[in-house]
Structures are given as structure tokens and as C-alpha cells.
Write a protein that binds this ligand. Structure first.
Ligand SMILES: [Zn+2]
Length: 417
């Protein structure tokens, strides 16, 4: 049984060969929940992405109570991704979901294949179109499968673990699974390994007692070039007119699915357990953030401005995260409606109305306080991503000051108003 430690050793080896670092959602959010974004952002900056770019790309979100939050959608689906350095930056990064299940392990090697693809620019990975996306994803799957096959105890063991899951994607084909349809190539891979003998193959792909990943990469690349669907066949499947070859494969896939079913139920159970744990931690984290958002209790003009500016920032978070509108603060300043409203809002009047309501609340605050000097200086800070934290830190400082006051004094101040 392949252990998580062994997978991590291979991962570090491949990262060293490809100028890459890796991050795992578990480390970012589950184990290291207070340091989440700084770690992620540092890595993103290493590969040449600014905070603003990431915000627009949707990789991060503004978070309630200041700072930034990495997006959770991918995490909840336990998928992973690989990023090539921006422009001339030669560094790379992979973000993984975990190491526990077989699928996690396959995903680790799948993303590793993408690292090599970026390094050697195979299958046009740097500028993918539909068909090269298919080829590079099938190649990544085949690479991962070959690594796991060579590490398994037998081809049969591997078959049980992998093909059931895989056949699923071929039998019940969905649009986003189309690119991962590597069954034809993987079947061929197994055939060749059987023919040459698994141990002989293992021997041939080893260097100094460890797997030679680069050799595996180019060997599987040849397999993909020989056995993947042609562009014409791929388009036919995409347009729901599959060639006979594919229909044949679908019926085969059905049988594989049955073989792997029991095994997959077991994997699915593990996966469910992980989601449950994750959701619990996530809830606690959001709760901690919300407490930060609470108003300052003291009713001095100073505290009032801080309260209102933080409230404004929370509406800004709602505008970006919920409605996809990024320029609400600009619109306030110019006394205009938000520009660049996304199409999804234009097409949905209910959603558009919700957005308008939030924006009206923002406008109300802005109009009331816009001539106040302190309000204006804090507002300027809200506009710069890097400085939002300072605004919220000010609130924390104010709260600490209030807490340290003797209770008699607080009563006195409240009475004097
Ligand atoms: Zn991929």
C-alpha cells in the first residue's frame, strides 16, 4: 500500500526538478487555519501573481473582517490545480486537496505531470485549446496511472482501484469529464505492462532505485499520441455523435464500473468523512470572522466612524463575492451606479435588485459621512487591497481600548451622551 509519506517524497522530488512548490488545502485551511492566506499568497507572489490579479481571476475573495480568503469551491470538490509562472516567471505551483484516498494520490501524480508538461511544453499546455486540453489531461491521467501501477502489488489490484472510478466518466459522460477520458490510453498502457511483465517494466523505468519520472512522462506521451482519440473523433464525441469505437468502449466501461463498485463505495465513505470534518472547521472559522465584524459598543463619534466604515467594507465584500461587482467604492465616490455589472446580474432581475439594495445601503453611509475627515482617510484605505487590514486592525485596537477601561468610566461616558 502506497503511503502518504512516499507520495510526498516523490512530490518533493518532482517539484525540485520543475521549480515548483506545493500547497495542500488541508495545510492551508484545516491544519493551519490562521495562516491560510498569507501562505497561499506568498506562493502566488512567488510565481508572479499580484493580489489584485488573483481577486479578478477568482482565486481569492475579500473576506469579512478584512484580509483575503482563498476560494473554497475547488476545495469542497477536492480537486487540485497547477499554475505556471506568470509571464517570464519560471516558478510553478501545485495546489492539492490531500493525500488520504487513492483518488488524492492519483491527483498528486496527475498534477505532477502538468508540472513536467509546463517544463517541456508538451501538448501545447501553455496555451491550451479544446483538443490540446483533452490531450494534456489524458496524458496527466496516464502518467499518474502508470506511476500508481508500478507502485501497486499487481495489475489486478490496480485495475480494481482505478478502472471502476474511471469507467464512470466514460459511461456517464459529462461536459467537464470529456477532457479526462483517458480510458482508451490507460487500457493500452495496462496491455503493454502485462505484455512486458510488471516487474520488468518497473526495472526499465527505475533509476538508482527510484522511479524515473521523466522517462515515464515521455513514454506515456508516446502512448497518448498513438491511442488517444483524434481531433475529429473528439469533436464527434463532444457533439454527441460518438464514433463506433467510443460506443464499444462505453459498453466495456459498464463492466469495469461493476468491478470497481465495492471499492469505490469504500473510497466515497472516506471522502464524505473528510468533507464533514472540513465543513465543521470551516463553520468555526467563519464564526470567528463574524465576531470581528460586530459593532464597537462604545458610542463615541470615533467608534461610530469606525463602525460605519467597517460596515461599508462588509457591503463591499458582498458586492464582490456575491454579486461579482468589483468597483462599488469607485461608484460611490463618483456618485454613479456600479459599472461593469456581470452578465449574470443583467439576466436575472431578482439578483440585480439584491445587488442594488446592497449598493443603496453603501450609498446611504457614504452620503452621510463623506465630509468627515476621518471617514475620508479610512475610505481611501479601504480602496487599496493591501490596506484594508489596517482599517480592521484599527477596530480591534479600539475594542481593546474599550475593554481595558474601568467599567465605571464606560458608564460615565455613555451617560454623558
Ligand atoms: Zn489536469
Amino acid at each position: 500500500m502506497l503511503t502518504a509519506d512516499e507520495v510526498k517524497r516523490d512530490l518533493n522530488d518532482i517539484c525540485a526538478q520543475t521549480n515548483a512548490h506545493w500547497l495542500c488545502y488541508d495545510d492551508i485551511h484545516t491544519e493551519n487555519k490562521d495562516k491560510d492566506c498569507s501562505l497561499y499568497l506568498r506562493e502566488m507572489q512567488r510565481i508572479g501573481y499580484s493580489k489584485l490579479m488573483l481577486l479578478y481571476a477568482g482565486n481569492i475573495q475579500l473576506s469579512y473582517g478584512g484580509g483575503l480568503e482563498i476560494r473554497h469551491q475547488e476545495e469542497m470538490h477536492f480537486s487540485a490545480y497547477t499554475m505556471n509562472g506568470n509571464k517570464n516567471n519560471k516558478n510553478r505551483l501545485i495546489v492539492l486537496s490531500g493525500f488520504d484516498t487513492d483518488n488524492d494520490k492519483h491527483t498528486v501524480y496527475h498534477e505532477c505531470a502538468h508540472l513536467f508538461q509546463f517544463k517541456y511544453n508538451t501538448f501545447g499546455i501553455r496555451y491550451r485549446d479544446d483538443y490540446t486540453t483533452y490531450l494534456s489531461e489524458v496524458h496527466a491521467n496516464t502518467f499518474a496511472s502508470m506511476v500508481l501501477l508500478l507502485k501497486a502489488n499487481s495489475v489486478l489490484e490496480y485495475k480494481k482501484r482505478r478502472l471502476g472510478r474511471f469507467a464512470d466518466g466514460v459511461e456517464k459522460i459529462s461536459e467537464n469529464m470529456l477532457y479526462y477520458m483517458s480510458l482508451p490510453v490507460e487500457l493500452q498502457l495496462m496491455k503493454e505492462i502485462r505484455k512486458n511483465g510488471r516487474l520488468n517494466t518497473l526495472h526499465a523505468f527505475q533509476k538508482k532505485g527510484a522511479l524515473d519520472f521523466k522517462k515515464i512522462l515521455f513514454y506515456t506521451k508516446d502512448l497518448v499520441e498513438k491511442y488517444a482519440y483524434s481531433e475529429k473523433e473528439f469533436k464527434q464525441i463532444q457533439n454527441n455523435k460518438p464514433p463506433f469505437k467510443h460506443l464499444l468502449l462505453q459498453s466495456k466501461a459498464h463492466a469495469y464500473r461493476l468491478v470497481g463498485k465495492a471499492y469505490w463505495e469504500h473510497e466515497f465513505f472516506k471522502y464524505r468523512k473528510k468533507i464533514k470534518k472540513h465543513t465543521k472547521i470551516e463553520k468555526a472559522r467563519i464564526q470567528a470572522k463574524l465576531e470581528k465584524v460586530e459593532r464597537l459598543p462604545q458610542k463615541t463619534p470615533h467608534a461610530e466612524i469606525i463602525n460605519e466604515i467597517c460596515r461599508l467594507d462588509c457591503y463591499q465584500v458582498e458586492m464582490t463575492n456575491e454579486h461579482g461587482v468589483f468597483n462599488s467604492l469607485d461608484a460611490l465616490k463618483n456618485n454613479a451606479v456600479p459599472l461593469e455589472v456581470p452578465n449574470s446580474l443583467k439576466e436575472n432581475p431578482d439578483k440585480a435588485q439584491e445587488m442594488q439594495k446592497t449598493f443603496d445601503k453603501m450609498r446611504e453611509i457614504y452620503q452621510k459621512y463623506k465630509d468627515n475627515e476621518m471617514f475620508q482617510s479610512l475610505f481611501k484605505k479601504l480602496e487599496i487591497l493591501e490596506m484594508r487590514d489596517q482599517v480592521w486592525a484599527l477596530k480591534e485596537k479600539e475594542r481593546a481600548k474599550i475593554k481595558s477601561l474601568p467599567s465605571a468610566q464606560i458608564t460615565k461616558e455613555q451617560n454623558s451622551r
